[in-house]
Design a protein around this ligand. Sequence first.
Ligand code: SF4
Length: 468
Amino acid sequence: MALAVTSSSSKAIFGSGFLLSSSSSEPKVSQIGSFRLLERPQMAPTIASKRRSSVKPVNAEPKRNDSLVPLAATVVAPEVEEKVEVEDFEQLAKDLEDASPLEIMDKALEKFGNDIAIAFSGAEDVALIEYAHLTGRPYRVFSLDTGRLNPETYHFFDTVEKHYGIHMEYMFPDSVEVQALVRSKGLFSFYEDGHQECCRVRKVRPLRRALKGLRAWITGQRKDQSPGTRSEIPVVQVDPVFEGLDGGTGSLVKWNPVANVQGGDIWNFLRAMNVPVNSLHSKGYISIGCEPCTRPVLPGQHEREGRWWWEDAKAKECGLHKGNIKQEDGKQLNGNGNGPAHSNGAPAVADIFNSQNLVTLTRTGIENLSRLDNRQEPWLVVLYAPWCQFCQAMEGSYIELADKLAGSGVKVGKFRADGEEKEYAKRELQLGSFPTILFYPKHSSKAIKYPSEKRDVDSFMAFVNALR
Ligand code: SF4
């Protein structure tokens, strides 16, 4: 990723590791903030912040940063005074829960000055840059150039730089690591053995390097992007994963100014403010990542279905480990050689969705169900694989749903769609990834796919009640 420093306030600042540019040479006095974790036995969201009020030098000439060496090392700011303050980010998150993204952004930039940067992916998170611009404060932007982005994304980066008068600080993968990966496994190894290895080299490590030069970062995460995993995102938190400049757990703060904003409202904001957007959006892309690993999605599809869509075909990508499969001598091994096979050729793991109120459909059963124009009652059917962690995660709510619907006139079923059934399910049953949930209305042969990632009972009931 790259940090850009801008700005509407026409200030450029030197940073620890990133160079910010300015459209003006007007000097500005600002604070440099730093923080360290209180000495507690466990990571706590409370951070002791040692702030120094200082006169920050201004970058007189806009200049593109081409080095990760902290520039602060060469520019020493005179200390004026020193005080220690304690920052409780959990409390701050509560205080800011109802604040607008602009307010949150302003608070983040005010608190961390040159030690914070916006992580920009090249998608609708351009809204973060617009908010930062609107605060009138200097800000920095970084982006990860994996080397595999779409041409449209590179053009978009350029457009954004020109629109805001900033220079983004691009982070690149280590050339030796990329070379080793590509020479040993080829350019598209992720289609064969999953995206983790390539992402680790091209994304995660460069990100880690970028964050090591900061004390805080700003992301475009939203709660509505993935209700299963992001529903609890606070607007600010001590980063639970990455380390900042001071090193160690808790040395980095993560700001999520649009955590509470709906995707539709982000787009309304972008339109209202006439913000440039990536041209890939007009081609059906929602989520935008690397070119080989991102594809457009259709209306009603979740954006997640446009990323690494092939991976549900790999049991190991869905949490399958050898320890989950009991090898039984004399039984046929599945295609991966990982364990004994189910009769459909898939791994023989313990079945899930077992309930007296759930009907187990065979291939013939679901073929018949799919052919009928007039059913006695509507059906809800989950296409699943018992080894899939996402299927396992919704097992409780789906069984509860079946119990609730028992006797209501809506049948609830399951069809195991991995192994040999997978091609059929993809071709005939709209299977994209596991789990796929279909509603068969009473008077139509066409099944309706459940479009959401919300897999709680209430969401399922709302879906069923809207269609029954
Ligand atoms: Fe590699 Fe795809 Fe990950 Fe990009 S998204 S780093 S190309 S695996």
